[in-house]
Structures are given as structure tokens and as C-alpha cells.
Design a protein around this ligand. Sequence first.
Ligand code: IDC
Length: 378
Amino acid sequence: MKKKAIIFAMLILLVIVLGNFMDFKNGKNIQAQITHEEQQKIDIINSPKWLKTEGSQLKNGAGEYVQLKGLSSHGIQWYSNLITYENLEKLKNEWNTNVFRIAMYTDPNNGGYVYDSEECTQKVYNIVDMATKLDMYVIIDWHTLKDNNPKTYQSQSEEFFNKVSEKYANNPYVIYEICNEPNGKSVTWANDVKPYAENIIKVIRKNSPKSLIVVGTPNWCTDLTTVADDPLNYDNVMYSCHFYAGSHGQNLQSQIDYCINKNIPIIISECGITDSSGNGKIYTESFENWMSYIENKKLSWIYWSFCNKGEESSVLRQDYPIKADNNETQYQAENYYYDEYGNIHTVEESNTQPASTDIDEYLTEAGNIVKNYMIQNN
Ligand code: IDC
């Protein structure tokens, strides 16, 4: 009897221990699944990298002030080849930039999104993925320009921002600039840009509620006061101001002051050292004045442009050896030379070292100046 009782008791104990062990195992398994599949998402959603406007300022999820600084591409339908991982890495680590802007033209006559949506989208994805890997913010710019009114291709814009914000819903590095520069006398904030923005913001926020969105302002992003008096009813939105040193000065700065006083967040999502043609003379003094204004107000700024087109605003010289995707203009580096007997050789058949693609060896005057401001004002 006694023996039986002991065996019975031991059996019960075994069942309890085993049961606990199984529970423990099961529990662990469930937890492991969550950790593996969900935790990464949770981490990204809670990442301190998410940007948020507070009054006229920009902060990260840790509550620190953030000043975005960086370069804008030229049109990626022409110059995306130059945007390599190595170049972005250099812009991040040696130029101290923390953002890169992807100018994706929309205009079909310029080979933009409406002309080839697949190709343009792929180029955007490629750059976003590189920037994300490098811990850099990236602005996806729906680069309207000659299509003056952002409403012109609104349905394509909705389609584009829907798919991109779905793909990057949880990516805190992605910033959406929903129209580059509304322009044209008949294009107004109240009738065109604002309703367009309300539509596109809805599309993006449905997929990515925490995303930061940049909205272009009328008259090539130089009419800020109209917008400040009639802002969008959404938070986490910044309004863009574009200046070109040879064309804009005090008036635009006063408008920025007006916005700051009204707690309207402004971002200089594009600026240049030339006049607004992007070419011609360099206006060093006016640019310096803008840079000290920007530093004083801690505004985010992005320079036009990271390319080697032979125009004065380019940061790279024309002989930078990475070729453009296709010919907007004829500008490529010559790949042949003459020896002392006058015979022609192509660079490929000679013994010369492959050309360096280090951007710092090919900077234009503008490139040198801009690099210094990026590094200095850190
Ligand atoms: C310019 C480019 C130039 C190109 C032209 C038209 O620098 O090479 O031929 O666009 O595609 C802007 C625009 C920006 C302009 C830039 C300089 O956002 O696309 O780029 N600029 O003109 N607004 C003010 C100036």
C-alpha cells in the first residue's frame, strides 16, 4: 500500500513538473515568435528616429531638436547613377549631412514619373534603401515644375504616394515632399495646393501615420505668408521655402520670420548659390548671409544639386567619371587622349589607373563652398 502511494505521489509530481516544463517551453516559443517577427516592427514604430514638428521646430522621438542638412539630387531620370552607396556614405560621414533629397521629376516631357513610373519608382526605392542603411533621412520629392499646378497629375501622385508609403510605412527615415514648386499666376494656395495637399496627406497617413510631410508653397515656394494665414489642419507638416542666393533675400527671410512667429514650421527643402536659373554667377555674399540666417534660426536646409552637369549650381565638375543615366545635355568626360606622336588612345586601352570617383576630388567652386558650410555648422 505504502509503496503504491509513493509511486502515485511521484507520478503526480512528474506530471506537475513536466506540465510546467511544457508550459515554459510553449511560453518561450510564443515569445520567440513575437520577438522574431514583431519586435523589429515595434522597435521601428517606437524608434527615436521619427521626426515630429513642435511649434515651428523639428524634433526627434527623443525630444531633441533636429536640423536637417544635406544635398538634393538633380532629376533622378538623368543623374541617379551618381548616387552610389559610397557617395552617400561620404556625404554622411565626411560632409556631416543627415538627409538626402530625391528629386523625382513628374513631367512626362522631362522623362519624369508620368513618362516612366516603373523606372522612376525603382530609382527612388534604391536610394531610400541605401540612405536607410546609412542612418540618413531621405526626402522623396514629387518634383513638379513645368507641370505648374500639383493638381495636373494628382491621380498619379496619389498612386505613387500610396505605394511608397505602404512600402515604407514603418520607416522613420522617409520624409514625403508632395509637390516641389507650385507656380503660375492661376495656381493658388486656397484653390489648388491646399486641396491637393489634403488629398495626398490623407493617402500617406493612412499607411504611415507617423510620417513627416513637406508641402510646397505657391510661386516656386516663395509665398509663405499666404500659407501661414491659412495652414493645413494636419500636424507633422512642414512648408517649404526655396531660395536662390542671386534671386532671393530679405523679403523671403521676413516671411520666414512671420511663419516662425505663428508657429508654422518651415523647411528650406531646396536652395542654391546661383540665381534661380541654377546657372550663371555664384553669389557668395548673399549665400553667406542666408547661411548665417539659417544657423541663427536653426532651419533645415538642402542644397541644389548633387550632380555633374555643367551648370554653376552643380557640386561636381563635369569630368566626374560616373556617367549620367542619359543625356539631358552633352557633358560627359572625354575618354580618350593623344600621345606625344599625335596618336589617339582610349582610356580603356591605356595603362592608366581607373579614375577615382571620390567626389572630393571633383568639387566645383559651389561644391567646395557648400561642403564647408555643411561641415562648419555642425
Ligand atoms: C533646374 C536644373 C536645370 C534643369 C532645369 C529644368 O538646375 O539643370 O535644366 O531645372 O529641369 C528650381 C527647381 C529645379 C531647378 C532649379 C534651378 O526646383 O528643378 O533645376 N530651381 O533652376 N527652383 C528654383 C530653381
